[in-house]
Design a protein around this ligand. Structure first.
Ligand code: OAD
Length: 262
C-alpha cells in the first residue's frame, strides 16, 4: 500500500488536495498522454528519452502522401511496421498501475471520461470504458468515407489500399497523422466532455499538442479546477490548482487508496 505519508510532505499534500477535489466533483474528465504509458515501457515522444528526441519528428507530409496515393502509402507503412521500435514496445506492453488506477476511479464513480492522446489501447485493457482516443488506436483502421473503425487484424491486406467492408471507402490506419484532421466523432465528444466537466485531471502529457491541450484550458475558463499529474512542469502548470509531481502510477494509486479510506 502506498502511504501518502511515505511520499514526502509536498507530495502528500498535493495528493490530499487532489483527493479533496475529486471527492467534490460529479463529472471529472481526464486528459492522458504518453507519460502514463511510460511505466509500461512505451517511450514518450518528447523529453530526455523521447522517441522524437532520439529519432527526430516524423515528416509532416504523411497525410498529403496518403491522400495522393493511399496504396503506396500502405505499402510503405506495412514495410516499416515490422522494424518499428515504438510499435514493438506497444505490442508487448501491459497496462501499468496508473492505467489500473484510472479504471478503478471510473468504477468507483469518480472519473466520468478519459480523453487519451495515446494510441496503445492500454486504458481499455485496464478496464476503462468511457474513453475517446483523440489520436486514434494503433490496432485499428478507419474508413475515410463512413468513419467506421475495425481492428486491423480483421481486414484483408491482399489488395492495397484495403477497402471498407461496409461502404467500400478507402481505409487508413486509425492513428491520426500530422496534418490529418481529428476525426469528427472523436473531436465532438472531446468538446462535449470538456463542456460538462467539473474537474480536469491532466496526466502524463506535455500539453503542447492541439487541440488536446486546449480542453483543460476551456474547462478552466469556466472555473473548473485542474489537477496535473506529471513529474515535470508543462505549459498547463501555471493554471493547475494542484500539481502532483510524481510518476502517474504512484500518484494515481495513492489517490485511489485515499479515496477508498473513507
Ligand atoms: P510527450 O512525449 O509530449 O510528453 C510526455 C509527458 O509525460 C511529459 O510531460 C513527461 O514529463 C511526462 N511523463 C514522463 N514520465 C511520466 C510518468 N511516469 N508519469 C507521468 N508523466 C510522465 O507525450 P504527449 O503529451 O502524449 O500525437 O504527446 C502528445 C502528442 O504528441 C501525441 O499523442 C502524439 C504527438 O504528436 C500524435 O502522434 C498524433
Amino acid at each position: 500500500m502506498t502511504t501518502p505519508q511515505a511520499l514526502g510532505p509536498d507530495l502528500d499534500q498535493a495528493i490530499r488536495a487532489a483527493v479533496a477535489l475529486i471527492r467534490r466533483s460529479r463529472h471529472a474528465v481526464a486528459l492522458s498522454g504518453a507519460g502514463l504509458s511510460a511505466e509500461s515501457g512505451i517511450p514518450t515522444y518528447r523529453g530526455a528519452n523521447g522517441l522524437w528526441t532520439k529519432f527526430g519528428e516524423p515528416t509532416i507530409d504523411g497525410w498529403e502522401l496518403f491522400c495522393a496515393d493511399p496504396g503506396s502509402w500502405w505499402e510503405h507503412v506495412l514495410e516499416r511496421r515490422e522494424g518499428s521500435e515504438f510499435g514493438h514496445a506497444i505490442d508487448i506492453a501491459e497496462p501499468n498501475a496508473g492505467h489500473v488506477a484510472m479504471a478503478d476511479l471510473e468504477h468507483m464513480g469518480r472519473l466520468a471520461h478519459v480523453i487519451t492522446q495515446n494510441i496503445d489501447n492500454l486504458h481499455q485493457r485496464a478496464g476503462t470504458r468511457s474513453i475517446t482516443e483523440i489520436h486514434g488506436n494503433r490496432a485499428k483502421v478507419r474508413c475515410m468515407n463512413c468513419g467506421g473503425r475495425d481492428r486491423l487484424e480483421t481486414i484483408s491486406l491482399d489488395r492495397l489500399p484495403p477497402l471498407c467492408p461496409e461502404c467500400g471507402g478507402i481505409l487508413k490506419n486509425d492513428t491520426v497523422m500530422f496534418g490529418e484532421p481529428i476525426p469528427d466523432d472523436a473531436l465532438r465528444e472531446c468538446y462535449r466532455q470538456s463542456a460538462i466537466a467539473d474537474l480536469f485531471l491532466v496526466v502524463g502529457t506535455s500539453a503542447v499538442v492541439y487541440p488536446a491541450a486546449d480542453f483543460p484550458v476551456m474547462a478552466k475558463r469556466r472555473g473548473v479546477p485542474l489537477i496535473e499529474i506529471n513529474p515535470d512542469e508543462t505549459p498547463l502548470s501555471d493554471i493547475a490548482d494542484v500539481a502532483v509531481r510524481a510518476p502517474a502510477g504512484m500518484a494515481l494509486t495513492a489517490i485511489v487508496e485515499l479515496l477508498q479510506e473513507l
